[in-house]
Design a protein around this ligand. Structure first.
Ligand code: HMG
Ligand code: MG
Length: 304
């Protein structure tokens, strides 16, 4: 199979990563992280989310973050929104791109958004319509595409059906979330084959792998083989999902960059600056850096 020659990386660490921290992350540290990430060549950074602070307290300062941010030219700072209230707050903060989200299973939908899948899709439709009236770009996430923490296996046809529905709402792209990182190269291929057979336009898809079982890099390679050329990742492998117990952070952006470098695929990101950004935030939140590549490069630097 042929691979794409260029890939877009979507950095989700400031949102997907930091939303799961049990301790408050200082606004100044978030700003410093965003600033460092913006200097690496990354073009899209999911900066925060306008969700209920009762549900995800770590994102309560997203409006303050956007207000304090000094945007770097050529970087898109995006935000996740769960409802119209979140969209209103995103509009008030001058956000130009929002991401909405739905799940493949009823249980996860209830735990994450307190409503059924059908109601969540209605909600997504309203958000998408209103966001587009405001000339905002709308991205969609579909969670639990390779397994659900409550319901187990998810049928690839369900993923295809819901992906189609999110695209039909006007999402320019749908990011396929392996929320609990249970997918394998085999199950990823099976799922993507189902999407291909359902005539989903593969370049409109992104892959969003959490790395709980250490399979993310293998799964991303499969996604590249299926024509997906947008990859979500989290610097230093930050994070997890607050509504998926035991799920670890996203695949580390540094590890994806190393994979792409090895394949000769263009991505525009400076690996060393990225490693420095990952080290900065890992130190700030007092967590070990989860990127194998970052750890290896730092060990080598220290021995020189
Ligand atoms: P609810 O409790 O049914 O909503 O939650 P509600 O309308 O009854 O509101 C409850 C309270 O929250 C009210 O305050 C609202 O005003 C307030 P009170 O009257 O009690 O003082 N509220 C808000 N405040 C600020 N911003 C808002 C907002 N909305 C309501 N936007 C709701 C429903 C959707 C709000 C809630 O379930 C929620 O916020 N869920 C978000 C959960 C979340 O952020 N999960 C993580 C992101 S998804 C993810 O990580 C997966 C992904 O990475 C892909 C993957 O890995 O699969 C994207
Ligand atoms: Mg996620």
């Amino acid at each position: 199979m042929t691979l794409p020659t260029a890939v877009t990386l979507v950095e989700v660490g400031p949102r997907d990563g930091l939303q799961n921290e049990s301790r408050t992350v200082a606004l100044g540290d978030k700003l410093e992280l965003l600033n460092r990430l913006a200097q690496t060549g990354l073009q899209t950074i999911e900066t925060g989310s306008f969700v209920s602070p009762k549900w995800v307290p770590q994102m309560a300062d997203t409006a303050a973050l956007f207000a304090a941010l000094k945007p770097v030219d050529g970087v898109r700072y995006t935000a996740l929104v769960p409802n119209e209230r979140g969209l209103d707050d995103a509009i008030a903060s001058g956000v130009e791109e929002v991401a909405l989200f739905a799940a493949t299973t009823e249980s996860f939908s209830q735990k994450n958004t307190n409503c059924s899948v059908a109601r969540s899709l209605d909600n997504c439709a309203t958000i998408a319509r209103r966001a587009m009236e405001h000339d905002m770009r709308v991205r969609g996430y579909l969670s639990c595409v390779l397994g659900c923490p409550y319901e187990g296996t998810v049928a690839p046809l369900t993923v295809a059906d819901l992906t189609r529905q999110l695209l039909d709402l006007g999402c320019y792209e749908v990011s396929l979330g392996d929320t609990i990182g249970v997918g394998t190269a085999g199950s990823t291929a099976e799922m993507l084959m189902a999407l291909q057979h359902a005539n989903i336009d593969m370049p409109k898809l992104a892959i969003h792998c959490h790395d709980t079982y250490g399979q993310a890099i293998a799964n991303i390679l499969v996604a590249l083989q299926y024509g997906i050329s947008t990859i979500d990742a989290s610097v230093a492998g930050l994070g997890g999902c607050p509504y998926a117990q035991g799920a670890t952070g996203n695949v580390a952006t540094e590890d994806v960059v190393y994979l792409l470098n090895g394949l000769g695929i263009t991505h525009g990101v400076d690996l060393h600056k990225l490693i420095d950004a990952g080290e900065f935030i890992s130190t700030a939140i007092n967590r070990p850096n989860q990127s194998s590549v970052a750890r290896a490069v730092i060990a080598k630097r220290n021995n020189q």
